[in-house]
Write a protein that binds this ligand. Sequence first.
Ligand SMILES: Cc1ncc(COP(=O)(O)O)c(C=O)c1O
Length: 376
Amino acid sequence: MKVPFVDMSRLHAPTRDALIEAFARVVDSGSFVQGHEVESFEREFAAAYRVPHALAVNSGTAALHLALQACGVGQGDEVITVANTFIATAEAISLAGATPVFAEIVEGGHVIDPADVERRITPRTRAIIAVHLYGEVADMPALRAIATRHDLKLIEDACQAHGAMLGGGFAGTLSDAGCLSFYPTKNVGTVGEGGMVLTSDAAIAGRVASLRNHGQAARHVHTEPGYNYRMSELQAAALRVLAPHLAEWNAARIAAAGWYAKGLAGLGVQAPEPMGDRHVFHLYVVRHPEREALARYLGECGIATAVHYPTPIHLQPAYAANGAGAGSLPRTEAAVREILSLPMHPSITKDEVDAVCGAIRAFVEGRAAAGRTVAA
Ligand SMILES: Cc1ncc(COP(=O)(O)O)c(C=O)c1O
């Protein structure tokens, strides 16, 4: 059986008519940038997320950049985050004029290790960005305690964790400012690009609102140089159709993670355990010491896989001058060598998950028979 990594047309089939209707409404309105649809989307999203301020922008990267700047991060500052994330987390820090400092991930997991964050704080540290990687919420209470102790701003990169929860609050609302991406394959994606900053802080909200629109405080009054990070009406209209499906889509992802966990048990593959709504499985990432051979074998079986991300940011050429070279993050580097993302999306079927698990079982048994790796 062929198993795709994601399947956007399957996902959008039930909402296709509603999307077309929304696009027609925008075309007929004659208003195309940050108008009624964006305002309505922000209001609806803020209510659903139980947060006072939701500010739409045109990407998750823009959301992170503005969140940092609105939190007062700038030239000469250091921001602590992880190296095993999409490059945009670090790029946003650079765009704000600051320097990323990379901390380790927790033992046996993929999210930031609060104890290592605290070890890396210097007099120049201004903020921490917790990345809820793959859909798992980081240890926000521990990070909040550190941020309070050292007078730092705490920001969430929740671009992969829409709808995940911790302690009754949504990922993205557990810090000074939370950032979401609406890239098409995210847990809620649009039919183009989009992002959002969530905050309870009126001052941060005001600054983001101004910076995303050329630093305009009022029409033709520019209080600081800003950017064009506005969301288009077509994207907001699409998101008003798609975002209400988040809970249902996350439930489907969590169910699929449960099928995987059962199907992979005893195969010597390190698989993530379902964690209720603390992990919404944007990606389903396993670890295996022979990752390359396993990925190759699955590919031959018609099963699509990917690696998120094959090179940690401290080893990317763009950040080579940053100082933290190979060996500086042993736990992160070990994880990156073994991670493999298996097919995961809200419309994946039990048969597809069973096919993936069956192929992994065949690989593991084949290796064991050849005396390479012994199945646990
Ligand atoms: C963890 C993380 N941070 C930031 C981003 C950037 O979001 P965007 O692609 O919308 O700019 C992404 C999206 O790919 C992401 O996965």
